[in-house]
Design a protein around this ligand. Structure first.
Ligand code: SF4
Length: 323
């Protein structure tokens, strides 16, 4: 079986006393798009930051193309993690306001000490093929539209020659038509360049449209994962069901009955006992407050962490890596 592009195993991320990510395992296969979803504050951006090396793992391991990056290490030029690029949620904030687009596009080549006129011409040609004409090269980030700024950030990421792109809310703030263009662009680049994507989003319409598999996070842990189509059609975890029911779709025939969760996301520095979702779960039973359900593999490449899953993606008794 082909080596996965990325394996995150038992990852723990801490900020002082707060454990933002608690034992998360993910596998990203080559050429696939894996979605990571969950409410704001569930730890998905911390997963992204640890994968790209902006936040060291307190424990756990990360492997990129079969090469293990030790827990707690920060990324260095040329190491396995440098094959991963992050597309930030706010691209304008990730582009220096004092540099022109031309300088911004040349920077990744200079950082890697591979700048030549020919290579830069290739990057400019790539930018043009993505709709960034020559006339934009002399502009500054504040003179770009939201869609243009995202494309500049994308070309900069590609100039670093990655095999994996972690995209954090890539369509946030864009109108629907620009969102569609960007998603089509990401998909065609993935196929053309053999990239793998980890896509982090709270927008389930986007995730449903572009991902092959999806993992659902709640309070620092993965609670469900599986192929996107089957998980969206028949969620097994009550939290996934509630998330999907709150998602507005343009197709009224696919709108589900809304399940309103009571209460806020609990404080991750003091998570509830047993199942972390039990205080908000409409199906909670006494066992749920006492015992934490492990993430177990079920049928159809699905995994779920629930004592009473909703559908027949019922767990079989063995541990599994999410997805
Ligand atoms: Fe709800 Fe219990 Fe399942 Fe947790 S384990 S999601 S509380 S039914």
């Amino acid at each position: 079986m082909e080596e996965p592009a990325l394996v995150l195993k038992d990852a723990v991320v801490r900020y002082h006393r707060l454990t933002a990510v608690d034992g998360v395992s993910l596998e990203l296969r080559r050429g696939e798009t894996l979605g990571l979803v969950g409410e704001s504050g569930c730890g998905k951006s911390s997963v992204a930051r640890s994968i790209v090396g902006l936040q060291p793992l307190a424990s756990g391991t990360l492997s990129v193309d079969g090469e293990t990056v030790r827990a707690g290490t920060r990324r260095k030029a040329g190491d396995a993690q440098s094959r991963i690029q992050l597309l930030f949620q706010d691209p304008a904030a990730s582009l220096s306001p004092r540099l022109t687009v031309k300088t911004l596009l040349a920077e990744p080549l200079k950082i890697r000490n591979v700048y030549t006129a020919e290579r830069f011409a290739e990057i400019v040609a790539l930018a043009e093929s993505l709709g960034l004409g020559q006339q934009l090269l002399t502009r500054y980030p504040h003179q770009l539209s939201g869609g243009q700024a995202r494309r500049v950030a994308l070309v900069r990421a590609l100039a670093a020659n990655p095999s994996i792109i972690v995209a954090d809310e890539p369509t946030a703030g864009l109108d629907i038509s620009v969102q569609g263009e960007l998603l089509n662009l990401l998909r065609s680049l993935r196929d053309r360049l053999g990239l793998s994507y980890l896509l982090i989003s709270h927008n389930l319409n986007v995730v449903g449209r572009v991902t092959d598999r999806v993992a659902v996070m709640y309070l620092g842990q993965i609670v469900e994962s599986g192929p996107t189509a089957s998980l969206f059609r028949e969620p097994a975890h009550p939290y996934t069901q509630a998330l999907l029911s709150a998602n507005l779709t343009l197709d009224p025939s696919r709108q589900r009955e809304r399940i309103v969760l009571t209460g806020e996301l609990p404080n991750p520095s003091n998570p509830p006992s047993g199942c972390r979702f039990h205080k908000r779960c409409p199906l909670a039973q006494p066992k749920c407050a006492a015992d934490a359900p492990p993430l177990l593999a079920g049928t159809g490449a699905r995994s779920v962490a629930c004592h009473f899953p909703l559908v027949s993606a019922a767990p079989i008794p063995r541990q599994a890596i999410a997805g």
